[in-house]
Design a protein around this ligand. Structure first.
Ligand code: FE2
Length: 311
């Protein structure tokens, strides 16, 4: 059974057992998946005795949490999630807990269920777990823009400096106080006006060196082409902070590429309520974050997972 027939112009809706899927109200390439409240209650109840520690120490426990959610829905739910993430027309969706819980442990379990329906998360060297939680506050002394509140975090893909596939990305909002601004900025590669110019440029397939800053706990350099093909479609790998050009011409190419994406009218700003998560295909979606308005009491905590599809 085929859950979704998608076209860019009009993503279609679908209702299954315990959930419904609609085109996102604000973003015509994203879906919004809504679980029925009773499914959320039952999921939380069935996983209530599983601790964060069990999830971190016992990998199979994570897949069993995913199975709990699958069993509360129908046989096409998991397939449909993977299909949306793989679908070039869309490649992303939001889903949330609808205020039914504000417990951080529940958020970890819910995001774990979704990530393990999609595939398997990569080890996150920054947190030394399969997921990472990180805060953005008024002050920051870190070595990358990840936690710096008042700067725009420019559009990028994740996993640039690790030597393993990063097919998808999950970001969940755990907490937020006194935050104005700081919305997610997302760009689907097919919405970028200048794509052809940069894709056909002589440096498009140059293998640039990527190095991680110390906080990421990754010591090996990797070489990555900015553009490559995956599933016969052009994809992108880029982040300005970790790429090391060796000539002025290369530096100019990277700067122009970044500026062009930042100025794209295809960028969508996503406001994510606490307890909601967004999952995106990391090969043809770029993500970043707008700057926050200054506030000494600013606090936001996000959870992230990045990983691969499993065949
Ligand atoms: Fe990122």
């Amino acid at each position: 059974m085929c859950a979704l027939e998608v076209k860019k112009e009009q993503l279609s809706s679908f209702t299954g057992k315990g959930y419904s899927i609609q085109p996102h109200e604000k973003h015509d390439r994203l879906y919004s998946i809504e679980l029925e409240e009773q499914v959320i209650h039952q999921f939380l109840d069935e996983v209530k005795d599983i601790s964060d520690e069990q999830l971190e120490y016992i990998p199979y426990q994570r897949l069993l949490v995913a199975n709990t959610l699958l069993e509360l829905t129908d046989e096409v739910f998991g397939h449909t999630i993977r299909r949306i993430l793989n679908d070039r027309t869309s490649g992303g969706f939001t889903i949330g807990l609808q205020g039914i819980t504000t417990d951080a442990q529940d958020y970890v379990k819910f995001s774990t269920a979704l990530s393990h329906i999609a595939g398997i998360p990569n080890f996150d060297a920054m947190s030394k777990k399969y997921y990472a939680r990180f805060s953005v506050k008024h002050t920051d002394d870190s070595d990358s823009y990840l936690r710096q509140a008042y700067r725009r975090f420019t559009l990028h893909t994740d996993g640039t400096y690790v030597d393993e596939p990063t097919d998808w990305l999950l970001m969940m909002k755990m907490e937020e106080e006194n935050a104005v601004g700081g919305s997610s900025r997302l760009l689907h590669l097919d919405e970028w006006e200048d794509f052809d110019y940069f894709y056909n440029h002589a440096l498009a397939s140059h293998p640039f060196t990527y190095k991680a800053p110390a906080s990421k706990n990754v010591s090996e350099d990797v070489h990555r082409k900015t553009f490559y093909t995956w599933n016969n479609q052009p994809c992108i790998c880029f982040i300005d902070q970790f790429v090391y050009p060796e000539t002025i011409r290369q530096a100019q190419y990277l700067k122009e590429l970044s500026q062009s994406m930042e100025n794209s009218t295809g960028i969508v700003e996503l406001e994510l309520p606490v307890g909601d998560l967004v999952m995106l295909n990391n090969r043809f979606w770029l993500h970043g974050r707008g700057g926050f308005e200054k506030n000494t009491e600013l606090h936001r905590e996000l959870l992230r997972q990045r990983g691969r599809f499993v065949q």
